[in-house]
Design a protein around this ligand. Sequence first.
Ligand code: CA
Length: 368
Amino acid sequence: MSRYGIENLPYGVFSGDDGTRRIGVRLGSDVVDLSPLGGLLAAETLNPLLAAGRPAWTAARAEATAHVTAGAARTPLEEVRLHLPFEVADYTDFYSSEQHALNVGQILRPQSPGLSPSWRRLPIGYHGRSATVIVSGTTVERPSGQLADGVFGPSQRLDIEAEVGFVVGVPGRHIRTTDFADHVFGVVLLNDWSARDIQAFEYRPLGPFLGKSFATSISPWVVPLAALAPAAPAPQDPPPHDYLMPPGPGFDLRLTVDWNDTRVSSPPFAGMYWTAAQQLAHLTSNGASVRTGDLYASGTVSGSSRDQVGSFLELTRNGTEPVKLADGTTRGFLLDGDRVTIAGTTIGAAGVEIGLGSVTGTIRPAAS
Ligand code: CA
């Protein structure tokens, strides 16, 4: 059974030979053009649909389902070009995997407590750079920067972070966790490329800056929340503050990370400590607004074992324990020409396995 059947129908934006961008849904290894349906589906990005809100999302999904069921024309994916599916407004990245936070603390700050004092009190995050959110398949230039005192050059510790991105449709402020599904349209897979040397030298006291802003890749297909099945959220202790309750749904998304042709990890999203609903509630709790096209990411998804981590920092213990790839070569961090693919599946709302697409990127050399 296809993971991209009628139960899934993720939305993307594609173009064919004439270059015109159209909204489509993925069906198997094809795309079905939705632009003949007109209205919100005749746009060149998903933003008008995102802005229209849940009743319009439900109607569009019903229309798309009927269109596909009626035998609409299909175009093989290899004959189209996939684009960034929506214009990204603001981009925020959280840090909500307890295991990832503990692993990073243990590797980089072994003398300090594993979690910062506020970690279990609020979903920690930072505001990133939407202008360099790129679609899967776009090559990633190795960033240069200050790697240490007086040293400027190409990053020698280029890494990935396997994450899930949530796409905001309806703007809001002071959003309650119970209103999550009225504001969030769907999910993408996301790679928060990270230059660990640039990051390490710059991050105190204000957090990530140029070590992460050079590129963030997302999958081309936005899987609507309607296709996903809510799962029990992870237990939280101590109980979160009232504005972060109830926690909202968890999602049992199963990710994989391939380094060139080697599967190196399978991070489980189900164990994430803070939910996407709590992240959105926290993000807007001070009166800050979100707008159509906002993207917020979960934070690196890591499970409890080495084959479940979402970064190479964790996989190779900061490069000290290189991994062997299928071609016999070893890696601590990314080399030029390396390709990373993050993919995912889940048991969807219809009770069958659905695909979450994939996000891939290849490293090209630093600008000279
Ligand atoms: Ca991140």
